[in-house]
Write a protein that binds this ligand. Structure first.
Ligand code: MN
Length: 737
């Protein structure tokens, strides 16, 4: 069955009524038989008929019969060469949720393993249509739990999402389309990446990208087309030359070029300080051979024929990525002095890169290991999910974790620990064991003591210094990046805070009793703790301490006949103190780590934004000045460490607040260049507050642009969008000027 190329987004092509031809029963069986001679024909036939009858006359938003959906999902999974049980699950995956069929029916007719898988997928769909964060987080929690029991639940769910994305443009409600696309980008695409299904990840990302940011995608696609046409001759030449260079050695190899996906280019533009101008930004070349030895031989041949670009060589064969990806990567100056990227791998590795977990056990191994817990990252996700207090908390943590690239570090014994990029020694400590993290007091990287907030680099050897009495510091939360470290630190702080609140609550009660000449009796309060929705006396005390529960009400309940004296001072409460800082022209912002009432202003040299790492410098007579961590001005304070104070942004930043970021834009001198720049900024909800031309040549304008944004992330999006525009040569954030 050929699936027609889907329109990329609702904006690209208006929905046309679909003219779908349903795959027949025997066609499905034949597709599975093509890769699995032991296909369970009977199971597939019965699942096909059951699903078709159960869905009956239901239709999709496209007008197609509903049954086309489970059938397409099954089709996607045959492309991944999945076993009959998985294909049957795909056919049945919506029957329990959307038809009169019950799970018992499935169990009776198809047995326990199909029923268990259908149940796993159903549980996820049931809460999928929730809009708020808490519900979405709950959805994700269930997904993690279900897939840790059997990874096939995830494979069916991903195929389900892929087909829903392919037909997303039929949905009329733009909010719903956006929500589904957002969820795809935040959760499903990273999961596809994690289990190594590159093809599915690319397609999911591209479709979601087109829905969420059609302008950015369109400009990248336009630029890609331009660079592809311009570089066509070079690409051919590179392919030919690589073929003949490798061919001379007698090694049988396939050489191919692969264009990068628009979304991965977009992400790179946001992450790194780059635009894309040359062939190496859009193409990677790939050499496929038969054996591991040949991979290294080919690498040697390539390196001896061309100039090697330093720092680009990576050996993922000896150190596979966490999703089992293996390959050699290198960068060279190719023919015509073009930088090119080359990946060298065996055909088997290539299969794994495309299909990930599915390549390892589909139908092939008689009894595949379906338990997802063989994946370390999945075990860690499960741990976070089980221990997080608020669902939003782990959603944020895990989302971050899934997105990032990896650095590989070593313990002193030589154990390999893979961490997300930007990870600190504290993350390393928690990755080793939560006890090591909790007791961490210092770290040595490559034999030298370093600050705990140092970002680790590939190949670093990390030694954690621990102390029995050591405890996690709340300040760590500002620089750790792994979900595990974050959740452990929060768990600790919560326990510690609770202990403090319990003690405080108790002393408040005791004080009041003394004041009222009543003997403090824990029993009297214990008896009434249930009245205040507290499970235990301790809960009640903690609530009093945290001033969630008025003290006098509790006293009255325990001693109903006692008349309380009026409070001595108005407001018998503990007031939480937080520093509000007024910035000229904007609403107050919240900072952590400052004494209440301290005067604060933001440095003009570096324009710090919420999200930046910052430090405060005490300025005599002027209070505290906030700089970004990498501001050049800080050098002049290097000799006065006593003036530095550790500050951070509060998590409770009001969404409506804005700050000003300054950009250094180099605009190509063309008609309507200014128009293009201001349009891009406006479309991304940036408000230009000031603009100055600093230099002008026949080709370029250098312009300083001040843009009002919400936070650093917002500014980063604007920068990336500007870089994607053909009118703009380069964009950088101005710092230290
Ligand atoms: Mn479905």
């Amino acid at each position: 069955m050929q699936t027609p190329e889907p329109p990329r987004s609702a904006a690209d092509a208006p929905p046309e009524p679909s003219r779908l031809r349903l795959m027949r029963q025997y066609e499905l069986v034949e597709r599975v038989r093509a890769y699995d001679p032991n296909v369970n024909e009977d199971l597939l036939n019965r699942a096909y008929v059951f699903s078709m009858q159960a869905h009956g006359a239901q239709t999709r938003a496209s007008g197609d019969p509903y049954f086309s959906h489970p059938l397409e999902v099954a089709g996607i999974l045959t492309d991944m060469k999945m076993d009959s049980t998985t294909i049957a699950t795909a056919l049945l995956h919506d029957t329990v949720e959307d038809t009169l069929a019950s799970l018992e029916d499935i169990q009776k007719q198809f047995g326990p393993s199909v029923a268990r898988l259908v149940d796993g997928v159903t549980k996820l769909s049931r809460i999928e249509l929730q809009t708020d964060q808490a519900k979405q987080a709950e959805n994700f929690r269930k997904l993690v739990v279900a897939m840790s029991e059997d990874i096939r639940v995830l494979l069916v769910k991903l195929a389900d999402r892929l087909h829903n994305m392919r037909t997303l443009h039929y949905l009329k409600n733009p909010d719903k389309r956006r929500r589904i696309a957002r969820e795809t980008l935040d959760i499903y695409a990273p999961l596809a990446q994690r289990i190594g299904i590159e093809k599915m990840q690319d397609e999911l990302e591209d479709m979601a990208f087109g829905e969420l940011n059609p302008d950015a995608r369109n400009s990248i696609v336009a630029r890609l087309n331009f660079l592809r046409n311009e570089g066509e001759a070079v690409t051919k030449k590179v392919l030919q030359e690589l073929k003949s260079v490798v061919g001379e050695s007698g090694i049988k190899a396939t050489v191919e070029g692969r264009e990068k996906a628009p979304y991965s280019i977009w992400r790179k533009m946001q992450r790194k300080n780059v635009g894309f101008e040359q062939l190496s930004d859009i193409m990677a070349f790939r050499i496929l051979v038969d054996t591991v030895d040949q991979c290294y031989q080919v690498l040697g041949i390539i390196h001896s024929h061309y100039h090697v670009i330093p720092g680009r060589f990576k050996d993922y064969i000896s150190t596979p990525k966490p999703n089992q990806y293996q390959s050699l990567h290198t960068g060279i100056m190719g023919p015509e002095q073009q930088r090119i990227e080359i990946q060298i791998r065996t055909k088997e590795m290539h299969e794994v890169a495309k299909l990930g977990v599915a390549a390892h056990w589909g139908y092939k191994e008689g009894a595949p290991r379906t338990d997802g817990l063989q994946y370390r990252w999945l075990r860690e996700l499960l741990d976070i999910v089980e221990h997080a207090q608020k669902p939003e908390e782990f959603l944020e943590n895990t989302r971050l974790e899934l997105f990032q690239d990896q650095v590989f570090c070593f313990s002193p014994k030589g154990d390999l620990i893979a961490l997300p990029r930007g990870a600190s020694p504290v993350d390393f400590a928690y990755a080793v064991h939560s006890r090591v993290g909790d007791a961490c007091v210092g770290a040595k990287v490559n034999g030298r003591m370093v600050p705990l907030r140092t970002a680790l680099r590939n190949g670093d050897q990390v030694e954690i210094v621990t102390q029995k009495s050591g405890t996690p510091s709340p300040a760590w939360e500002r620089f750790v990046v792994t979900g595990k470290a974050k959740s452990c630190i929060r768990r600790f702080i919560r326990t510690q805070q609770r202990t403090e609140y319990v003690l405080l609550g108790k002393s408040m009660l005791e004080k009041l009793c003394k004041q009222e000449n009543v003997d403090f009796s824990e029993k009297a309060f214990e008896a009434i703790s249930k009245n205040f929705q507290s499970a235990t006396m301790e809960d009640l005390l903690a609530n009093i301490g945290a001033s969630l529960q008025p003290l006098r009400e509790v006293f009255n309940a325990a001693y109903p006949n006692h008349r309380l004296k009026p409070p001595e001072k108005p407001g018998d409460k503990i007031i939480a103190v937080r520093t509000k800082v007024a910035v000229k022209g904007t609403a107050p912002l919240t900072l952590k780590g400052l004494i209440p009432g301290m005067a604060v202003h933001y440095a003009r040299c570096c324009h710090p934004l919420p999200g930046d790492s910052i430090v405060g410098i005490v300025t005599t007579g002027k209070g505290v000045t906030i700089h970004t961590n990498d501001c050049e001005t800080l050098e002049s304070f290097a000799r006065a460490p006593e003036r530095w104070i550790d500050v951070g942004w509060s998590d409770e930043q009001d969404k409506a607040e804005t700050m000003v970021g300054r950009l250094d834009v180099v605009l190509i001198n063309k008609p309507n260049g200014f128009g293009a720049m201001t349009t891009v900024i406006g479309k991304n909800n940036g408000n230009i507050t000031n603009m100055k031309i600093t230099n002008r040549t026949p080709e370029f304008f250098d312009i300083l642009v001040d843009v009002e944004v919400r936070d650093l992330k917002h500014l980063t999006i604007i920068i990336a969008a500007l870089r994607a525009s053909a009118a703009i040569n380069s964009v950088d954030r101005t710092k230290g000027r």
